[in-house]
Design a protein around this ligand. Structure first.
Ligand code: NAD
Ligand code: ZN
Ligand code: ZN
Length: 235
């Protein structure tokens, strides 16, 4: 969290003032933008009169100021804000991935569908621990199943680009999260976040293997949705 900046100050930084709100509903609270915010969550005081509406500076989407503050307070308060409509990111988005290790090396074998290059193997290791304030159940333990998890990329120019961006995603705590596994149904456990990985090497029995011609493009798109891009014209 950014020291010294209140949630209101963070949100304000990304907003332009709106003099006359459009006759539309705020898509955060579903109430008219011309009236008060419908958000009644913790930390939002009583609303007395027509209040301010803000326009997000880059994408132009408009919301009640209080709704944006409430949304920010519901997240991990890292100084960034993501437009709930178009997903434009303001600031640098970070996640709540628990502590752990990411390593990688090249192995001298080719992946199905990538016969002309070797393979990058990424090894993630995340041990179990206690949930912090940024997790669903602070103070409660979380489990970590199936680690170390091994993941594969072709050692091609594009594969190496994905690796570079995954390293950024790791630093921003966006590779894993803590929550309920959709595979096992277990709660309070380490789960993959929004960026897909290939965990099967020579076959595709799980659907998380090769060949998959769209994989690198998909991952680049998923990374972009997390605010992680590399402007080298390869996209
Ligand atoms: P999840 O099931 O909540 O799924 C989150 C995302 O990860 C989804 O997009 C899903 O498609 C993807 N995903 C699911 N299984 C994957 C896999 N094997 N390889 C690559 N992507 C996968 O997330 P989760 O609980 O972190 O993923 C489940 C996977 O975790 C299992 O398939 C297994 O690899 C591992 N796991 C192992 C054990 C164990 O005891 N060995 C236990 C639980 C989970
Ligand atoms: Zn609203
Ligand atoms: Zn937007």
């Amino acid at each position: 969290a950014r020291k010294g900046k209140t949630p209101e100050e963070v949100v304000k930084k990304y907003l332009q003032k709106v003099k006359s709100p459009p006759e539309e509903d705020c898509t955060i609270c579903m109430e008219p933008l011309g009236g008060p915010s419908g958000y009644k969550g913790p930390g939002v005081g009583p609303v007395s009169r027509a209040e301010s509406v803000g326009r997000l500076a880059q994408c132009g989407h408009q919301y009640h100021f209080q709704c944006l503050v409430a949304m920010y307070n519901n997240g991990n308060k890292d100084g960034s804000l993501q437009c709930p409509t178009c997903k434009t990111i303001y600031g640098v988005k970070t996640g709540n991935q628990p502590a752990g290790k990411m390593e990688y090396h090249v192995i001298p074998h080719s992946l199905p569908g990538h016969p002309d290059c070797k393979t990058i193997r990424i090894i993630y290791n995340v041990p179990p621990g206690l949930q912090g304030p940024e997790h669903p159940n602070p103070g409660k333990p979380f489990t970590a199943r199936g680690f170390p998890r091994h993941c594969y990329l072709p050692d091609s120019e594009r594969g190496r680009k994905v690796l570079r961006l995954l390293l950024v995603a790791w630093d921003r705590r966006l590779i894993f999260s803590v929550g309920t596994s959709s595979t096992t149904g277990e709660s309070d456990t380490v789960i993959w976040n929004e960026v897909h990985h290939k965990t099967e090497f020579g076959s595709n029995l799980t659907g998380h293997g090769f060949p998959d011609p769209g994989h690198l493009d998909n991952v680049l798109e998923e990374l972009r949705a997390q605010g992680i891009i590399e402007d080298d014209g390869l996209m």
